[in-house]
Design a protein around this ligand. Structure first.
Ligand code: COA
Length: 330
């Protein structure tokens, strides 16, 4: 174990499908309005997978961009962790298809299922392998095709979700003030039915009845999720700052899971983060679960909102229930 190593973000990349579903489109599909959706969620439009898009295909494109940004070839990757709850297939993992298509022959690969917290969970795990000196180049992906598991007859949930993928390449650094400084992960399985997908697993295998009953779509108890998410997002911010001795002034940008604009405002404002220190793109992408943080981070880096030396807080909350945070020095 080499205690002096940290995992630095060496490259970022993202990909979203071309097809866009606007609130005006949804107005034609269900009983809703642009005004209601915008006020309650902050979403104006979301990208939706086209016929040729899938979780692995979007992840591959995001990963190629991240590798290019990091200046490495996919063949140099030692590990691929793909956070997703909408995998390419149940078996094998999405990461296997991604490895094949990238040509990352020597990488150990796996999917991680922690819903919207999955990217931060995966970042934490990959960081430990780098800190331990076992791996040099780790690819951490968040990729989701939520549209294929969304019930477009359920107006309480279909307004939120979008598709896309984001990825980061982690590399070791011996600079203490660079890279992943702190990570935290938690879960509470008592909240399993706050957001869940009933059918298609071992508990309720696919049958004609499950299809008829629309049980292959995500179900969400919106009100319960709302309350819990604010509490946990606030807790994560406080915990991350305390662990690294930071005040809001020391933080350059909070890159939260794009859960819902009202949740983000409530969770951050109380702790003294003005909204201009909170990265928001939910208006253009919706909630893309595990993909939302890496898509937002990629935008923040590419548009110069953050750069070398910036202190960034990543916080996420999602189904499970799960929640996770990280403090990263770019
Ligand atoms: N358009 C118009 N009206 C809608 C609607 C829609 N898309 N969806 C629900 N409504 C209606 C309801 O039928 C209800 O009407 P009623 O009072 O006549 O019965 C009313 O709006 C309030 O419904 P409710 O479900 O209590 O709405 P809400 O204020 O809780 O907002 C969410 C719904 C989903 C926007 C909100 O609960 C939420 O943001 N939850 C968190 C979800 C989340 O972030 N999930 C991802 C976690 S990673």
């Amino acid at each position: 174990m080499n205690n002096s190593l940290r995992a630095a973000i060496a490259g970022v990349g993202a990909y979203v499908p071309d097809k866009i579903l606007t609130n005006a489109d949804l107005e034609r599909m269900i009983d809703t309005s642009d005004e209601w959706i915008t006020k309650r969620t902050g979403v104006k439009e979301r990208h939706i997978a086209g016929d040729g898009d899938s979780t692995a295909s979007m992840a591959v494109e995001a990963s190629r961009r991240a590798c290019e940004n990091a200046g490495i070839e996919p063949g140099e990757l030692d590990m691929i962790a793909c956070a997703t709850i909408t995998p390419e297939t149940l078996c094998p993992s999405s990461a296997c298809y991604i490895q094949r298509d990238l040509g990352a022959a020597k990488a150990a690969v796996f999917d991680l299922s922690a819903a919207c917290s999955g990217f931060v969970y995966s970042l934490a795990i990959a960081s430990r392998f780098i800190e331990a000196g076992q791996f040099k180049n780790c690819l951490v992906i968040g990729a989701e095709t939520l549209s294929r598991f969304t019930d477009y007859e359920d107006r309480g949930s279909c307004i939120l979700f979008g598709d896309g993928a984001g990825a980061v390449v982690l590399k070791p650094t011996d600079q203490d003030a660079k890279g992943v400084q702190y990570t935290v992960m938690h879960a509470d399985g008592n909240g399993w039915d706050f957001i869940w997908l009933p059918a298609g697993g071992s508990k309720m295998p696919t049958s004609q009845q499950t299809v008829t009953d629309r049980l292959h779509y995500l179900k969400m108890r919106g009100r319960d999720v709302y309350k819990f998410a604010i509490e946990k997002m606030q807790w994560l911010l406080e915990d991350c700052m305390k662990a690294c001795n930071l005040t809001p002034d020391d933080v350059d940008l909070v890159v939260p899971h794009q859960v819902n604009i009202r949740i983000l405002k409530s969770a951050t404002e109380k702790l003294g983060f003005p909204m201009d220190k909170v990265y928001v793109n939910i208006d253009r992408f919706g909630n893309t679960s595990a993909a939302s943080i890496p898509i937002a981070l990629d935008e923040a880096v590419r548009t110069g909102r953050v750069g070398p030396g910036s202190t960034v807080l990543l916080i996420a909350f999602g189904a499970g229930l799960t929640w996770a945070g990280a403090v990263v020095k770019l």
